[in-house]
Design a protein around this ligand. Structure first.
Ligand SMILES: [Zn+2]
Length: 308
């Protein structure tokens, strides 16, 4: 009773349970501890005002910001979707101005003109396959030499894969990105540097996406064909994070659908990154962000977007 007696008499509140909380007057400054525990809503258009301090939720967190309600999470997600989709254009001109692989190998005297001519001819006749594979398959050129040439062509290191810890690496990406981008997470060099392997060309857009998502520096490297394919196939059987594939027809729907998932999972952190034609939402259940110790600590949502 002494507690109740010390509060201002208010006929509207005294009789109801929970009234103590509701009696905080509007003008009262927010106690510092509570303000720190429940930071202000990260939705810039939030209309809830100081009332959100009374809401007992500490999660979900999206891109480092707490939101006071499902509506505010949705506004923030919509803004993030707009941000990711902005300036998106058909990405076909990315790979211009490279010295053709054949010329480069010829210049290095790794092949002769006859080998190049026959490989080009075989590639043209079959209408498929990369020149490098034709040189290996038909002209007996070593795979490592082709990989070295590709490394020169893309100014990108070439690495061998004596050992690949596929379980440790499986928590870095959704499984479907391995196929969609021909990317293979190889290993962490330090806690802040991830080697991301590619078969024939490094993909800077994918590397940047992973960097933004995981807070690590990503170094794209090339892996010789047969090693890449063997490791890639083996990795598909590792334990990847749970992933939900979202089918939506409009950009507005994506924001709504993704925010609903965030509200349901209530992650301690979540982020949205576009990886070419995919939007990738990652949610950390416990520790965040970065690469989780095991795949069960995160959940992914992947949404394929139509080409503009
Ligand atoms: Zn809010």
């Amino acid at each position: 009773m002494p507690v109740l007696d010390s509060l201002p008499k208010d006929p509207n509140s005294v009789s109801r349970p929970g009234a103590l909380r509701e009696q905080v007057p509007v003008s009262e400054p927010v106690p510092a501890v509570r303000a720190g525990f429940f930071p202000s809503c990260s939705n810039p258009d939030c209309a809830t005002g100081w009332m959100h301090l009374l809401r007992s939720r500490a999660v979900p967190i999206f891109e480092g910001g707490w939101s006071c309600s499902a509506g505010c999470t949705e506004r923030r997600m919509e803004a993030a979707v707009r941000r990711e989709m902005e300036g998106r254009s058909p990405e076909t001109r990315l790979y211009q101005h490279r010295i053709p692989l054949g010329l480069l190998m010829l210049e290095q005297r790794w092949i002769d003109a006859g080998q190049l001519r026959r490989a080009l001819e075989a590639q043209r006749r079959s209408g498929e396959g990369r020149l490098g594979s034709w040189l290996v398959r038909q002209e007996g050129v070593s795979e490592h030499l082709v990989a070295r040439a590709l490394g020169l062509q893309w100014s990108c290191p070439v690495v061998s894969l004596p050992f690949h810890d596929r379980e440790a690496m499986a928590s870095t990406l959704p499984r479907l990105f391995l196929d969609a981008f021909g990317a293979l997470p190889l290993r962490m060099a330090t806690r802040k540097l991830l080697y991301l392997g590619f078969e024939d060309r490094p993909d800077p857009v994918v590397a940047l996406g992973v960097e933004r998502m995981l807070d690590v520096r990503v170094e794209p490297v090339l892996v010789p064909d047969s090693e890449f394919r063997a490791a890639h196939t083996q990795m598909l059987s590792a334990s990847f994070p749970r992933v939900e594939l979202l089918e939506v027809s409009s950009q507005a729907q994506v924001g709504r659908a993704l925010s609903r998932v965030v509200e349901k999972v209530k992650p301690v952190e979540s982020r949205l990154v576009r990886m070419r034609d995919f939007l990738w939402l990652r949610m950390w259940r416990r520790q965040s962000p970065g690469i989780p110790a095991d795949a069960a600590q995160v959940e992914d949502v992947v949404c394929a977007m139509e080409r503009p």
